[in-house]
Each structure stands twice: as C-alpha cells, then as structure tokens.
Design a protein around this ligand. Structure first.
Ligand code: ATP
Length: 358
C-alpha cells in the first residue's frame, strides 16, 4: 500500500508540531522516521494511522484520501513501545484478539483463527510461549507477541513507534535484525519511528530525518550518512567534529593552513567544516593542516580514540579522532590530523555547500 503525505501541518496550541510535511512512502518499503525527541515523528505517525488529525494537508492511502477512512478501514497494524499486551490474556489469546473482535460477517471460523495464530507465533519464533501470560515474558518476547498481534489482521500498513525502545542494547540489536528479515519476507509497507540512528541506518530502506516538525532529508541510509544535506543531519547522524574554517582566495583555511581541495567552494567568509572522527587521518605534524597534542587515548570495544587538543589559531579545541589499528600514540605526543572526507556548511546556515574526498 502506497502512502502519500501532502503538505501536512499540525499545531498543539501555539506550538507547531508539523510544518508542511510532504512525503511519499512506497508500497512495501520500510521507512524510518528519525529525529531528536520532540521533532514530530510520533505526531506524523499518529496522523497516518488516523489516531490524530492534521490541521492542514492530506494523507492518501493507495491514492484515496484517508480522511474518508476511519482507523479500522485503514487496516493498520501497530506496535508501540508502551502498547501493553492484555495482561489477563495468554500470548495465544493476545494474538487472536484482533481476529476475534471483527464483525461477525468478516470473522473467520474458529479453526482458521487457531491455525493463523499458530502460524504467526511460529513466524515470530515464539510458538513455545503460546500459553504464557505477558508477565511471564521478557521484554523482547513481549514485543514479538505485539508484532504477531499487529500482523494477525493482515494489515496494509505496519506502524512501529520505538518498538524496541525499552529493551537493552543487545536485545534491541538482535530484534532489529529480526525485524529487517521479517520485513523482507512480508513486504508490508512499514513506518518505524526511532530516535536511534544506528537502528534506522541498519533496518530501513529509506530514512526520513526530522527536526522541529520539518523534514530535513529523505534518503537511503547511505545517502543520509555519506551525503547529509545540511549541518543538522550531519550532526544528528553519527559522530561529528566541527571546526570553524574560513573560505578565502578560493581555498579552505584552517587557521593559517590551507586545506587541499579541488572542489568548488562557496563564497568567501566564515564556514564550518564537519568531519566524522574516523575521517580524521593521523599524519606528519609538518604536513597536516591540523596539529595538536594527544591528551588521552581510550578504547571502546574494538575501537580506539584519541582526544587531541588542537592548537587552533590561538584557540584550544578538543577533538576526538578514531585511531586506525596500526597507529600508536600516547598522551603528550604531538600529532598531525587531516580531514579526509568532510563537508563544509556556511557558518550558522543549514545549507551544505561543498564536500570533498581527498
Ligand atoms: N497532545 C499534545 N499536546 C501538546 N503538545 C503535544 C501533544 N502531542 C505532542 N506534542 C508536542 O509536539 C511535539 C512533537 O511531539 P512528538 O511526540 O511527535 O515528537 P517525537 O519526535 O515523536 O518525540 P519523541 O522521540 O520524544 O517521542 C513535542 O514538542 C510535543 O511536546
């Protein structure tokens, strides 16, 4: 089911929660709505679901204006972080619920309901838990039940709002892979709300980055990560180091050093260079555009990071750079750093002006 969102806006009192949101969701895709807390993700999801109404704009389900479709007619399956299962019902009964409450003429005979629920429980790998009650399940198992329950009604659209938000990091990771695989088999149009960039990057076909009720960028995970449209997206997705630079005489100036680039540059003036820590290459002090003293070295799992205090045109700036495995530095060492891949954004402005890969 294809969903088109057109010029949607929503206010809560004076607060603008959504501003002129336009979005096309392709049939069968898994789309992630990603953004900081309060950026409007849940509001957008609730309007798509028919649980809330927009002040302006429309939502179309397969070309039909959804204003004419109530929640039930939209055939939407939900999985919410806090969408509790019915505590007094077993897993089996929870999953069967949506099928049993259908109007009599649409309801399947009991033996078909039993067959379908069994198949769904197998599908989400919890067939052994059918007779348990929600209290007797782990958080991850509960979310599998919630998903089986959402799928029971054969939804046209699956809406997931931080479905793994309450789970620990390891379970989250395994459940999101599982969701990715499951979606590969089902191909039901799905919208996943998350504020976890890693989750969105790993699971989604496309990501919508939201900030302050607006869409900042829509793209594949690769596009969002490698070609962030503006400084907001760069900063929100992954780690970033921000360096004040100057554009002058057709070059990028970091303090008194010029950064080699063949790219077309924006107009002269102050700008900001955004670079991922792993794109800062360690090298000869005399040749690198950035120099500084290593303050400390840390290991996080398999990765090592060095905090480098840059001598930056009189200012001290602390940056965190990833250390390649073969590079050994110690606190106190003087090192050179070169931004290998970076993007330049006008100072204070949201536009991306240029990017470079040396
Ligand atoms: N019923 C409401 N009344 C007043 N303000 C609301 C209401 N619902 C949401 N808001 C406000 O609208 C903004 C967007 O909320 P929304 O829940 O869509 O954000 P979100 O991106 O999903 O955030 P989170 O990740 O924290 O869930 C927030 O500032 C929120 O406080």
């Amino acid at each position: 089911m294809k969903i088109d969102v057109r010029n949607l806006s929503k206010r809560f009192g004076n607060f603008v929660a959504l501003k002129n949101v336009d979005l096309d969701i392709a049939s069968g895709e898994l789309l992630a709505l990603l953004g900081p807390s309060g950026s409007g993700k849940t509001t957008l999801l609730r309007i798509i679901a028919g649980l809330d109404f927009a002040d302006g704009g429309e939502v179309y389900f397969a070309g039909e204006n959804a204003a004419n479709l109530n929640v039930r007619k939209r055939h939407v399956g939900f999985v919410f972080q806090h969408y509790a299962l019915f505590r007094h019902m077993t897993v089996f009964e929870n999953v069967a619920f949506g099928l049993r409450v259908r109007p009599r003429r649409e309801r399947k005979p009991e033996h078909e309901i039993v067959k379908r629920v069994k198949r769904l429980l197998e599908f989400v790998h919890i067939e052994g838990l059918a007779e348990r009650y929600p209290d007797q399940l782990s958080g991850g198992q509960r979310q599998r039940v919630a998903l089986a329950r959402a799928l029971a009604i054969e939804p046209n659209v699956l809406l997931l709002d931080e479905p793994f938000g309450a789970l620990d990091a390891k379970v989250r990771k395994s459940l999101r892979r599982w969701l990715r695989d499951l979606h590969g088999e089902l191909n039901v149009t799905s919208v996943l709300v998350t504020h976890d960039q890693e989750e969105a990057l790993e699971v989604a076909d496309r990501i919508v980055v939201m900030g302050n009720g607006k869409i900042e960028q829509v793209g594949t995970p690769e596009e969002i990560y490698n070609e962030p449209a503006n400084s907001f997206v760069f900063d929100f997705i992954g780690e970033s180091v921000k360096l004040p630079v100057r554009i002058e005489n057709g070059g990028i100036w970091i303090g008194s050093r010029r950064l080699a680039t063949n790219d077309e540059l924006p107009a002269s003036g102050p700008a900001r260079l955004f670079v991922r820590p792993h794109d800062l290459t360690f090298g000869e002090v005399s040749e690198a555009p950035l120099q500084g003293a290593v303050r400390s070295v840390r290991r996080v799992g398999a990765l090592s990071f060095a905090d480098v205090r840059l001598d930056y045109g009189g200012d001290d700036l602390l940056v965190e750079a990833s250390l390649p495995p073969e590079t050994i530095v110690r606190a106190g060492d003087l090192v050179g750093l070169t931004p290998r891949r970076y993007r330049i954004y006008e100072d204070g402005a949201a536009e991306s002006l240029t990017s470079a890969a040396l």
